[in-house]
Design a protein around this ligand. Structure first.
Ligand SMILES: [Cu+2]
Length: 148
């Protein structure tokens, strides 16, 4: 990076205005790409029946304790589905000294998305199921997280 900056300064001294513009653009792109590479949210994108579901968790990796979850559901035409009943179930299989654990929480509709808090009681692998009920039909998204 230092060499790049020195190089940029040399270019600037030569009086290239366009070069300065290009350098600004390149640096901006690098900043944006870095921000994307280090996106701090945990993201899961999956299909549930006809729906496209995007789940984001504010902790990455998810942690022991509270994890805020946002669930966006889109129908096949790309429109947000805001009138579904959404439940989040999360659990851990039995392990030595620990019986199987299962928790359930209702997600609440807020704007275009649904919000839920997932409280994980211990570190390790958790299975998460999001149940989306609209009318008679229930669709599911399943994924697992490794709580730290
Ligand atoms: Cu456990």
């Amino acid at each position: 990076m230092t060499a790049f900056v020195k190089h940029s300064i040399n270019m600037k001294e030569k009086g290239g205005r366009d070069m300065k513009k290009i350098i600004v653009i390149v640096i901006s792109l690098m900043v944006v790409m870095t921000a994307i590479a280090f996106a701090k949210e945990y993201e899961v994108k999956k299909k549930a029946g006809d729906f496209d579901v995007e789940v984001t968790i504010d902790k990455n990796p998810p942690v022991v304790g509270k994890n805020n979850m946002e669930i966006g559901i889109k129908d096949p035409s790309g429109k947000y589905v805001t009138d579904a009943k959404v439940k989040v179930e999360y659990g851990m299989s039995a392990m030595p000294g620990m019986p199987a654990m299962d928790y359930k929480t209702d997600a609440t509709s807020e704007g275009n998305e649904y919000k839920a808090v997932m409280e994980l009681s211990m570190s390790g692998p958790w299975n998460v199921t999001i149940k989306i009920t609209r009318g008679e039909k229930t669709s599911k998204v399943k994924f697992s997280v490794d709580a730290q």
